[in-house]
Design a protein around this ligand. Structure first.
Ligand code: 13P
Ligand code: SF4
Length: 313
């Protein structure tokens, strides 16, 4: 915590004391700002956050510095804990692309086609899925389904990723669903960065468009990209994902050079979590930040989440 301004350090120390006093664990996604990442008990991708939350038993409360669906997964997997979100307005906009009504309709029209859903959805919509996945295990899960045709919601780019790697047909539902942050990365910009840094490897999240996926050296979840850089013999990397992961890499891999693949790779929803909002939630535990899921939806999701975790090993 030594490189932060005094005001930030004071806030971090207050949160660390409040966390002990009110018996909280802080779980942060890799896209959080560095001052949150460093005070978290655990900071990772959505699969690892779900796995951590499932097993967490050293505190009675958890706060997710993340977006809703991640906190919902924690609440479903570990129902004996109280799970809070660092800002109740932190919502993944892509989740709106797969509303419950549309998913029900798809299952009614095509009951025989497996419906695989990305975890970046609401728990209510996901209850309609046959299988769920994160970016870390999408290929593994699709391989296990072992069918030549699957419906996939709601990210058209991840559908392309699965289709191109496994050589099966993956119908994107809806046709244009995507992440507004990753959709902005383009191959021309990245090729220009590569011209300036010819030795750099190109890494991308599978939410990036096909033209970006096609020029990469590695595609993976945020934690998989982190591991790839840490383990790599190479020293330079162009990374097409949100800035929070690049900042984590810069902090934790001192000898590696990390280059942005876009001018402003920022997820403003993730950034709605702030030190101030986290302090407020831990101190006051307001009802509207408490993550609850109706029982029937939670039960169906628990089965899907546990199956996904088991199949990711
Ligand atoms: P990861 O599971 O790879 O961290 O991705 C979550 C996400 O929202 C990417 O935009
Ligand atoms: Fe959702 Fe995209 Fe933000 Fe990830 S980066 S939380 S997919 S909007």
């Amino acid at each position: 915590m030594s490189n932060f301004p005094e005001k930030i350090k004071n806030l971090q120390n207050e949160i660390l004391k409040l966390k002990e006093k009110h018996d909280f664990l802080i779980l942060a996604h890799n896209y959080q700002v560095p001052e949150i990442q460093v005070i978290a008990d655990f900071c990772a991708d959505s699969l690892k956050l779900a796995e951590f939350a499932k097993k967490a038993d050293s505190a009675n409360n958890m706060i997710f510095a993340a977006v809703w669906f991640m906190a919902e997964s924690g609440a479903i997997l570990n129902p004996t804990k109280k799970v809070y979100i660092g800002n109740y307005e932190a919502f993944c906009p892509m989740a709106r692309g797969a509303p419950e009504k549309l998913m029900k309709k798809i299952k009614t029209i095509n009951p025989e086609i497996p419906l695989m859903m990305y975890i970046n959805t609401t728990a209510a919509a996901r209850a309609q899925a046959d299988y769920i996945c994160t970016s870390a295990n999408a290929l593994k899960i699709a391989k296990l389904i072992n069918k030549p045709l699957i419906n996939f919601a709601p990210d058209k780019n991840m559908a392309y990723y699965i289709q191109s790697k496994l050589n099966i047909t993956v119908n994107p539902i809806p046709l244009k669903g995507c992440c507004i942050v990753h959709e902005k990365f383009d191959a021309k910009y990245i090729k220009n960065v590569k011209k300036d840094h010819p030795k750099a490897l190109i890494l991308a999240h599978p939410e990036c468009r096909p033209e970006v996926q096609e020029i990469t050296d590695f595609i993976g979840s945020t934690s998989q990209m982190f591991k790839f850089v840490v383990d790599s013999e190479f020293d330079e990397f162009i990374i097409a994902t949100e800035i929070g992961l690049l900042q984590k890499l810069e902090r934790e891999t001192k000898n590696k050079k990390i280059y942005k693949a876009h001018d402003k790779p920022i997820c403003y929803n993730m950034k709605k979590n702030t030190l101030e909002s986290i302090k407020y939630v831990i101190e006051k535990q307001p009802e509207e930040y408490l993550v609850t899921v109706p029982e029937e939806i939670a039960e169906k999701n628990k089965v899907l989440l546990n199956e996904m975790i088991k199949n990711s090993q």
